[in-house]
Design a protein around this ligand. Structure first.
Ligand code: NAP
Length: 240
C-alpha cells in the first residue's frame, strides 16, 4: 500500500478483460489512481474507450485522464490480440493487424504518456509480452514476432529512459486463464485442453491473471527502481 501523500496515476491498456483487468484492479487495491483503456471498457468511472492503434484516440484518452487524475507516471501495456494461421496462408493484412495492435499500440501509448514521466523525473512502464517470444509457437508467427519486438523495444527503451528516472520492463505471461486462452481452447488451437497443459506445467496449475498483476504491482513500485530492461517470466516454470 502506498502513502496517500504520493498517490500516482496509472494507465492500464486492455484493462477491460483478463490480464489487464486484473492489473487495473490490483493497482487500485495498491492505492494508485487507475484509468483502464480498452476497446470495450468496463463501467468504472475512470475507464475509457480507446483503440491503441489509433494515436488520436490514445492522445484524447490520455488528455481526459490527465484532466481527471493528473499526470500519468505508470503505464502498463496489456492490450493485445492473438492469431493462429499457417505461415504459408497468412495474409499480409493479418500480419500487419497483429503488429499494429501488439507492437504499434505500445509505441503510441508510451509516446503519449512519456512527457508526463519526463516532467516528473519518475516513471514505470511494464509491457505485457508473451512466453511464446521465448519458446516460439507454430501457426503464430505474427503474434510471436510482435511480442518478440515488444521485448526488444523494452530493452532498448530501458537504456534510453534510465537517466530520466523511468524504468521499462516486460512481463511475458505463459498460459493464463483468460477469455483469450479459453477462446483459443474452444477453437482447438492450443494443442489439447487447458487441463492437458496443466499436467505439463511444473507448478501443476493454469496461471491466473492475478499472477501477472502481482508481478506488475512489484515492477511499478518505488522499490523496483533498480530493475529495468528485464523480461520477468510468469509462467509456472513452463519457460525458464
Ligand atoms: P483478453 O482477455 O482478450 O484481453 C485483451 C484486452 O485487450 C481485451 O479487453 C481487448 O478488447 C483489448 N484490446 C484488443 N485490441 C485492442 C485495441 N486495439 N485497443 C485497445 N484494447 C484492445 O486477453 P488476455 O489473455 O488478458 O491478454 C492480455 C495480454 O496478455 C495480451 O497482450 C496478450 O497477448 C498477453 N498474453 C496472454 C496470455 C494468456 O495466456 N492469456 C499469454 C501470453 C500473453 P476486446 O476484448 O474488446 O477485443
Amino acid at each position: 500500500m502506498i502513502s496517500t501523500a504520493t498517490i500516482k496515476t496509472a494507465v492500464v491498456t486492455g484493462g477491460g478483460s483478463g490480464i489487464g483487468r486484473a492489473i487495473a484492479e490490483r493497482l487500485r487495491a495498491d492505492g494508485y489512481q487507475v484509468a483502464a483503456l480498452d476497446l470495450n471498457p468496463l463501467d468504472g468511472s475512470d475507464d475509457l474507450a480507446a483503440d491503441v492503434t489509433d494515436r488520436a484516440q490514445v492522445d484524447a484518452a490520455l488528455d481526459d485522464v490527465r484532466k481527471r487524475l493528473g499526470p500519468v507516471t505508470i503505464l502498463v501495456n496489456a492490450a493485445g490480440m492473438d492469431g493462429f494461421k499457417r505461415f504459408a496462408d497468412l495474409s499480409f493484412a493479418s500480419w500487419q493487424r497483429l503488429i499494429d495492435v501488439n507492437l504499434n499500440g505500445v509505441f503510441h501509448c508510451v509516446q503519449a504518456v512519456l512527457p508526463d514521466m519526463v516532467e516528473a523525473g519518475w516513471g514505470r512502464i511494464v509491457n505485457i509480452s508473451s512466453s511464446s517470444a521465448q519458446s516460439g509457437q507454430p501457426f503464430m508467427t505474427h503474434y510471436v514476432a510482435s511480442k518478440s519486438a515488444v521485448n526488444g523495444l523494452t530493452k532498448a527503451l530501458a537504456l534510453e529512459l534510465g537517466p530520466a528516472g523511468i524504468t521499462v520492463n516486460a512481463v511475458p505471461p505463459g498460459f493464463i486463464d483468460t477469455p483469450m486462452l479459453r477462446r483459443a481452447e474452444a477453437r482447438e488451437l492450443i494443442g489439447g485442453t487447458v487441463e492437458d497443459h496443466i499436467q505439463r506445467t511444473p507448478v501443476r496449475r493454469v496461471g491466473r491473471p492475478e499472477d501477472i498483476a502481482a508481478a506488475c504491482s512489484f515492477l511499478v513500485s518505488e522499490e523496483a527502481g533498480y530493475i529495468t530492461g528485464q523480461i520477468l517470466g510468469v509462467n509456472g516454470g513452463r519457460n525458464t
